[in-house]
Design a protein around this ligand. Structure first.
Ligand SMILES: [Zn+2]
Length: 318
């Protein structure tokens, strides 16, 4: 499978599982086009043209010709310099590895991670939060994340991949959209009554069962196990943790339980005040599930997949 096809397959999967409507996504791409066309010649080289066709700023080919034929890839949640060196050792031993596929973005995807956060407003709006309040809440938080990421050495692992002759790609929000949609469908079908039931229901998914056996299974961090879930909302996509004020709005809109990958202590305390239940499904296990759902569309095209850095491959029929 060509590198460009792997990339386009991942983006298309993300769009199919996106909480936003197709019309909203098309509007976003059209806005990017408009922005690009308005730039003067001096500014245009600095515009990331992938924005014209890909709504996910955290998903990019970081390195490599899109026409490169990928026989095999190595993937993991974090693919840092250590994993790049590991890939090189495995290749020395004969493993066909042409591509390093990271979940947490590297390079351009990392530098622009904050841009995907704006989709959180649409997630909240779908739960009954006014879109004006949602837009106003997410903007300062996304800008805060942008300033936080700015000083990072974004290209270290990509520079290592270049020196060792690998292609490199990040796939973040398409995987997070996939896990968000998959777990929502799962919980809708199992309809857990209490938070204890919810934790058990999550463990029916192999990636969470594996996490539970390894010591990082689904856990209630706010609320009592015998308490009822009420309306469950999945909170697993949109770049990274949003502002804690969003919890007030969701609670006021009638949400009973949020299921996320991780919550800060500040969020947990805020949820406690609001009497809003919080369940952590697990960070690495959720990321793994999302990546597996994307890889289910890539592996059948003849790409050999090796997993490291927290990933355990579980296959599902497409
Ligand atoms: Zn993650």
């Amino acid at each position: 499978m060509k590198l460009g096809d792997i990339y386009r397959t991942a983006v298309a999967k993300g769009v199919r599982e996106d909480v936003r409507s197709d019309a909203e996504i098309q509007h976003m791409l059209a806005e990017a086009k408009h922005t690009y066309e308005k730039l003067d010649a001096e500014e245009q080289p600095y515009f990331d043209k992938e924005r014209l066709t890909n709504p996910y700023s955290d998903t990019r080919i970081c390195l490599g010709d899109p026409d490169l034929e990928v026989r095999g890839l190595i993937t993991g949640i974090d693919m840092e310099v250590g994993e790049v060196l590991l890939a090189d050792r495995l290749r020395e031993k004969g493993a066909p590895i042409d591509l390093i596929l990271a979940h947490h973005p590297e390079g351009p995807g990392y530098a622009n991670l904050h841009e995907v956060m704006y989709m959180q407003a649409d997630l909240w709006a779908a739960q009954g939060v006014g879109i004006a309040a949602a837009d106003a809440l997410i903007a300062p938080r996304a800008e805060e994340i942008r300033r936080h990421i700015m000083p990072v050495n974004h290209y270290r692992a990509i520079d290592a991949a270049r020196e060792l002759g690998f292609a490199s790609m990040s796939c973040h929000t398409p995987a997070d959209n996939s896990v968000n949609a998959f777990v929502l469908r799962h919980l809708e079908s199992e309809a857990p009554r209490t938070l204890d039931d919810l934790v058990k229901s999550l463990r029916h998914i192999p990636e969470y069962a594996d996490g539970a056996r390894k010591g990082y299974g689904p856990i209630i961090v706010q609320g009592s196990g015998s308490g009822r879930c009420g309306r469950i909302v999945l909170d697993m996509t949109g770049g990274t943790e949003g502002p804690k004020e969003a919890l007030d709005r969701l609670s006021a809109a009638g949400v009973g339980t949020l299921v996320g990958m991780h919550y800060s202590e500040e969020h947990r305390k805020h949820a406690e005040k609001l009497k809003l239940n919080l369940v952590i499904a697990g960070h690495i296990s959720s990321d793994t599930l999302g990546m597996n759902l994307v890889l289910d569309e890539i592996e059948p095209q003849g790409v050999e997949i090796r997993c490291v850095s927290g990933m355990v491959r579980v296959r599902r029929d497409a």
